[in-house]
Design a protein around this ligand. Sequence first.
Ligand code: FAD
Length: 225
Amino acid sequence: MNKFKHPLIKCLISDFCPKESAAASFPMAYGNFVGGDGGIPKGGSRAMALRMEEKFKFLGGKSYTNKPVKKIIIEDNLAKGIVLENNEEIYGDYIIVSCDMDYTFNDLLDKSYMDPVLKMMYENDKDYLIYGMFQVAYGIDSEEDLLKGEIMLDCSDIKIAPWMGERMTIKTYAYELSFAPENKQILQVLLPIDVSAYDNVILCGQWISPPGGAPGAAITGKFAI
Ligand SMILES: Cc1cc2nc3c(=O)[nH]c(=O)nc-3n(C[C@H](O)[C@H](O)[C@H](O)COP(=O)(O)OP(=O)(O)OC[C@H]3O[C@@H](n4cnc5c(N)ncnc54)[C@H](O)[C@@H]3O)c2cc1C
């Protein structure tokens, strides 16, 4: 980023993703947009997930919610099913894991099943950095959308701790009427923070598709099998 001199070009890069992000973030976001996957789902991502669940059930699938999975059942070198926290066992031809990798390879499976590329990424944590963000959302009394979208600004003058980033994003969501009751608005503030197998077990979710994000996560699910 410091190779560029113009402050607007620097901001374009710093405001698009945290500084620890992989360079792949840029072509990936571009690919999402030109591929038609970069829009805003009607009702937000929760409504989208509920529509996916409906479609899944319509096609004959069964859905279990609020039932954490505690283990993947392995028999004869093959994943056969899952064990829920209440010890109920559910069997299937394929086991698609979409929760975070730390839980997957510490609780659901053991680390020996980790894909070599993922293992290499975990072992080289200086080259494959993890980034964090702090977010706070306010419900405010207002009939109109005061920001009309999103602004990004320099907040170095209010930086009070070394972990705080120097750019801040402030957003409103008035375009989605279902997000807030009448005469109320959501105001969200985001601040980057500095932080440092088996054949039929298929990983999906944002963790295997840096830099993360819902479009990438959805695509990994779509092409899981
Ligand atoms: C505040 C915020 C704002 C964001 N804004 C955007 C945005 O504007 N655009 C964008 O593209 N992305 C955005 N993202 C990122 C996006 O939400 C994620 O990239 C996406 O949800 C990742 O999907 P996933 O399926 O990989 O993981 P998740 O959505 O985290 O799904 C994993 C699921 O696994 C479940 N789970 C975990 N452990 C177990 C277990 N043991 N048993 C059963 N279930 C389990 C969890 O409950 C969860 O439902 C945002 C994220 C946050 C937090």
